[in-house]
Design a protein around this ligand. Structure first.
Ligand SMILES: CSCCC(=O)C(=O)COP(=O)(O)O
Ligand SMILES: [Mg+2]
Length: 228
């Protein structure tokens, strides 16, 4: 068995947490709030930039484009920025709680105790990742996670360059980094950047039918041999 990785980098949707909890829980929360949020935060430069990047000519068109992206689960950065702000406010107001698969919190706690360092790389914005780990059904997991990466500070999840950027930010050779994800194309990109990878294929998730090629595959964090 090889030496344990210095950092374990986690995907969220489909890996630590169910796709349903994101698509039904979070997306449904954001959908009716997008228009009012944009109206109420026109002085926020992040909102202005996100609206401009959306490309809509009117407020109605902007919201329609954002809703269309949500319908197709397009991981567009402007959508993720706006959703992330809305979700962060929802968590702060006590209106949202994050779902984690039952195997995940105890294993994350164990890895942390054993000295494994934990980071997140998700299409969900850093602004939403932090409260997602803080307000969970299994308590506050945010203290376990040292670093957060998204499509803004790292780049698209299917491009090797994003993983090289994260390795540089962590000051760690790619071969000492392990990425866990339910999406084979993301694992391919990480492997192309020299990372170790493990696919997470959970029953009832979209990944159940996916082919993971040469990547090791687990159905639960308990099965991840490389770290034991
Ligand atoms: C704070 S969780 C937000 C989840 C989200 O918006 C998303 O797109 C998840 O994508 P992932 O890269 O984690 O599969
Ligand atoms: Mg995922």
């Amino acid at each position: 068995m090889s030496n344990p990785p210095s950092w374990i980098v986690l995907d969220i949707e489909g890996t630590t947490s169910s796709t349903e909890s994101v698509h039904v829980g979070l997306y449904a929360y954001a959908r009716p709030r997008l228009g009012p949020w944009i109206d109420a935060h026109r002085d926020d430069p992040d909102v202005t930039a996100a609206v401009a990047e959306t490309g809509g000519a009117t407020a109605e068109e902007t919201v329609a484009i954002l809703h269309g992206w949500m319908d197709g689960d397009v991981k567009a950065t402007p959508l993720k920025t706006l959703q992330g702000q809305i979700w962060a406010a929802g968590f702060a107001a006590g209106e949202l709680t994050a779902h984690f698969f039952p195997d995940v919190p105890p294993v994350l706690r164990r890895w942390h105790e054993e000295g494994r360092r934990l980071a997140v790389f998700s299409s969900g914005s850093v602004a939403s990742q932090r409260p997602w780990f803080r307000h969970t059904t299994a308590g506050d997991l945010s203290v376990l996670v040292e670093r957060h990466f998204d499509t803004v500070n790292a780049g698209p999840k299917r491009e090797p360059g994003s993983y090289l950027k994260i390795a540089e930010a962590l000051g760690t050779p790619p071969g000492d980094l392990l990425f866990l994800s339910d999406v084979p194309a993301e694992l391919d990109a990480a492997a192309a950047a020299g990372w170790r990878t493990t696919g997470v294929r959970r029953p009832g998730e979209p990944s159940e039918a996916a082919g993971f090629g040469a990547h090791p595959v687990v159905a639960s964090f308990e099965e991840i041999e490389e770290i034991k």
